[in-house]
Design a protein around this ligand. Structure first.
Ligand code: CU
Length: 239
């Protein structure tokens, strides 16, 4: 774990850790970094999925539970959800007006890990010329179980409570993804560059969480002042 300040435009006399004040656009504190994979990438090579059950699934993607981008130096881990776990106090945040999109494409889910804000609309789309049955498996939110037999079909749903849960397809057993519902907009999922960026934060002391579906959770304490950007890397080292 390393976290250091790369820009420090400190507002003098700011009381850190004070009562949660309003979020001001001019504060725009940023926490960003990389999720590094330490270990043997060969051990976690993506496997070919058997999609022969459905002749319409002609472009099978590889397994997605662990994706290490070994050409990055150091190698990085994809599909890690990095988010603010603690430190926002009792602030309330409005859901974005733009819906989050969950696509079923080439018989897998895009994206594999999706973050949404409580109350934000989620568009579920079938871009494939085959039947999918999307099945949300939440504990708190309402279960979603919808069949989309035709290409181009869409359903719209709204998730109302903070919670992480799994999504599966009842037709294609290899299909799976994860949704996390947050009560704030401060999260970021690592892509093939292994990087994350959480911006527009108010100044504060935060617990930042990095979650991976196989390797679990890591946390870091990070303090940012108004206008500051802090860099913070997480290293997952599976045993
Ligand atoms: Cu499916």
């Amino acid at each position: 774990m390393k976290c250091w300040s790369i820009v420090a435009t400190l507002v003098g006399g700011l009381a850190l850790g004070a009562m949660a004040g309003p979020v001001r656009a001019e504060d725009n504190a940023v926490i960003k970094g990389k999720v590094i994979f330490k270990g043997d990438p060969e051990k976690y090579k993506r496997t070919k999925l058997d999609t022969s059950k459905d002749a319409n699934c002609t472009k099978p993607v590889g397994s997605e539970d662990v994706i290490v981008d070994k050409d990055n130096n150091p190698p990085t881990l994809r599909n890690v959800m990095v988010s603010i776990k603690e430190g926002l106090g009792d602030r309330k945040f409005e859901a974005p007006k733009t819906p989050a999109v969950l696509d079923q494409k080439d018989c897998h889910y895009e994206p594999h890990v999706l973050g949404v804000v409580e109350g934000q609309e989620v568009v579920i789309r079938n871009s494939d010329p085959t039947n999918h049955n999307i099945h949300f498996l939440p504990k708190i939110n309402e279960e979603v179980n919808k069949t989309q037999p035709k290409q181009g079909m869409e359903d719209k749903i709204t998730l109302k409570k903070e919670e992480p849960f799994k999504v599966k397809c009842d037709v294609h057993p290899w299909m799976g993804m994860y949704i996390t519902v947050f009560n704030h907009p401060f999260f970021s999922v690592t892509d093939k560059t292994g990087t994350f960026k959480i911006d527009k934060l108010p100044p504060g002391k935060y617990v930042v969480q990095a979650w991976h579906e196989k390797f679990g959770i890591m946390t870091a304490n990070v303090e940012v002042t108004s206008g500051e950007t802090k860099e913070c890397d997480f290293t997952f080292e599976p045993k």
